[in-house]
Design a binder for this molecule. Structure first.
Ligand code: SAH
Length: 372
């Protein structure tokens, strides 16, 4: 005997999120509004509510005609992300939110307040295909690319939360870093659409300064070259994690395809064209990549290849559950930083945030996905 299943189980999963105003260029937005049977100028009104007012609530859009307003807004600004869980720590200066997309996919973003800025760490993919062994997201593989609007929506929701005092006193979201789940340059087209919209002046976009947006990559060389050609002022961060190919092959498996030498050539090209210093990310892992000689090698390599156009960010490893790896002891970390600096390369240690809320890349989604 067959019983009909409740709709929630029988509804087909749709991999592609519904198209949203934020997926489209200004011309595309006007066309989509026209398809919804409204005059094209309403695209600007909607964009102003969404990007400047940070709302998708039809009730607040009193400049749109009341009849059919809710349906119109729902068509152009469909709900893309619903909050599953939000956790605060660091005395309220850090807030991590887990979101569920229309198809049940889980993604995370982390909002952080510093004395001089408010930064959001966004996800660009659900899961990640790069398989770095120390990263929680890397363990589950890639589920799917996020749409441009799903990325922008994370920023819109964070800007709204910051404005409304989610981190204590109301503030303005000033920085966006693509250091959440996923490899942004493996989702190039949508990430670029999102970046362009994040930096566009309102009402076309969110009005965050290009210089305050960071795209972080494992080192997909052709995509770095492509990004260079876009001539944007965004910061490029490269996750190096080792100064030698033998070790990097194991920590960042894509190194088997593009070696350190090629990655640094691409990074140099980016720095030369944009005039911006490249950040080198180095997750310091106890007894794996933290030897003094590796500090010397990293410093001399970067000094030779990038000179003053580089800054090293040492990230104390945030251990993932079940991993055999740990952060380096403080004296080892200090010595590593000293060695890099001794070669004439700027080097600082990333302040670790959100350790007690599983904020290391992908940890919260992994817990909730496993029903914890
Ligand atoms: N895929 C991109 C962006 C994602 S993560 C990239 O690899 O750059 C942002 C940074 O966090 C990367 O440098 C990544 O290697 C690092 N990271 C991931 N897991 C970590 C962990 N458990 N501890 C410390 N850093 C980690």
């Amino acid at each position: 005997m067959t019983r009909s299943l409740p709709l929630i189980f029988s509804a087909p999963r749709r991999a592609t999120p519904p198209t949203h105003l934020a997926d489209l260029t200004p011309t595309g937005r006007a066309a989509a509004v026209a398809r919804a049977g409204q005059p094209a100028y309403r695209a600007k009104q909607l964009a102003r509510h969404y990007f400047a007012g940070l709302t998708r609530d039809a009730a607040e859009m009193t400049d749109l005609p009341g009849a059919g307003r809710a349906e119109f807004v729902e068509t152009l600004l469909p709900e893309l992300l619903t909050e599953v869980r939000s956790l605060g720590c660091d005395d309220g200066d850090t807030r991590k939110t887990l979101w569920r997309a229309h198809d049940g996919t889980l993604i995370e973003s982390v909002l952080m307040r510093y004395p001089d800025r408010i930064t959001l760490c966004v996800s660009s993919q659900a899961g990640c295909g790069m398989a770095c062994p120390f990263c929680a997201t890397g363990q589950g593989g890639l589920q799917r690319n996020l749409s441009a609007a799903e990325i922008i929506e994370q920023v819109r929701l964070a800007a709204r939360a910051a404005r409304d005092g989610a981190l204590g006193a109301p503030g303005r979201l000033s920085n966006v870093v693509f250091m959440g789940m996923g490899e942004p340059l493996a989702n190039y087209r949508r990430v670029l659409t999102a970046v362009r919209t994040i930096i566009a002046a309102p009402p076309a976009g969110l009005g965050i300064s290009a210089r305050s947006v960071t795209v972080s990559t494992v080192g997909l060389v052709p995509a770095i070259d492509k990004l260079t050609a876009e001539r944007l002022q965004v910061r490029l961060a490269v996750s190096l994690h080792a100064p030698d190919d033998k070790l990097r092959d194991t920590l960042v498996p894509v190194n088997e395809r593009w070696k350190i030498d090629e990655v640094l050539t691409a990074a140099r090209g980016y720095a030369d064209v944009t005039g911006r210093r490249v950040s080198i990310e180095y997750a310091l892992i106890r007894d794996v990549n933290d030897q003094p000689w590796r500090g010397d090698l990293l410093g001399s390599l970067l000094h030779t290849r990038l000179g003053r156009l580089v800054h090293v960010n040492v990230i104390p490893l945030n251990p993932t559950p079940g991993s055999r790896w740990d952060a380096s002891p403080k004296p080892v970390q200090d010595e590593f930083v000293r060695r890099v600096r001794a070669q004439g390369v700027a080097c600082t240690v990333r302040d670790t945030r959100g350790q007690e809320i599983a904020a290391a890349c992908g940890q919260l989604a992994a817990q909730v996905g496993a029903g914890k």
